[in-house]
Design a protein around this ligand. Sequence first.
Ligand code: AHM
Ligand code: MG
Length: 294
Amino acid sequence: MRLKEHLKNGDMEIAQVVLRIAKVTKTISRGFATRQGISDSSNIYGEQQLAMDKWADELILSDLKASGLVRFFASEEQPDILKFDSSSDIGVTIDPLDGSSLIGVNLAVGTIVGIYRGDVLSPGSEMVGAMYVLYGPLTTLNYCLGEGVHEFLLNEHDEFVLQAENLTIPDSKIYAPGALRRDYLPFHKRYIETLEDDGYKLRYSGSFVADVHQILHKGGIFTYPGFKGREEGKLRLLFEANPMGYIITEAGGATSDSQQSILSIKPESISQRVPVYIGGRREIELIEKIRKGE
Ligand code: AHM
Ligand code: MG
């Protein structure tokens, strides 16, 4: 089944937005080969990687602006929330290419999208949907509009076709820990040591969207914590933590900043950062318990 057919029983306005973005991600997917290549020096890479980020941002921005479907648009690449001409109240957040520092070494990166009715500066629990596209050996699209997490594969005919419906996060002992160990805060250090003592295996690529995708399929925990010198962490609430947290929560997992669900946080600015724990419920309960017992 194609993405369009899969979306036909839901909110048609939101479905249109998902389809528009899905179409643009096909162009982004082709762009890795046509614009980037796998060659040249690291210096040239640096410049090209940046160009790929901005290019992806421009593509999505101009498409959604022209569509008339979206009123509010916030992107990790833009300083402010943009307001488009539209009679709808749909708000969209975009991380156009998460993990882009890995493009030059051919590891998986992705586009992350949050969807709102109204203001995007709202708690993640108010999202009406989220999706992400992962550009790996295959290009896959996962979406959730409040009724299950579904996965599509970009096939040889350039169509997103259904791979799996109603994904649920399994139980497993995988951990994907960001940040430097020497900068861990004491409660986080205890958390990581507890996982290690319990036999958790390290699986971390440095691409948030790819690492969380792995957790969705295999279980366990992704964390990019607050750390010494930056207690608010690195990852962004609006563009990264909320959409992926929404999807993992809808798949039966959970999310936390170590004290509360990330989805309950009211953002104060679009660039707000947040300590991130995303994964199975057991692992989320554990971090909150350890933090409380500090
Ligand atoms: P980006 O949006 O600039 O790509 O930054 C986000 C990325 C995440 O994908 C990843 O988890 C994290 O930054 C890794 O950061 P670092 O390499 O600094 O540990
Ligand atoms: Mg990012």
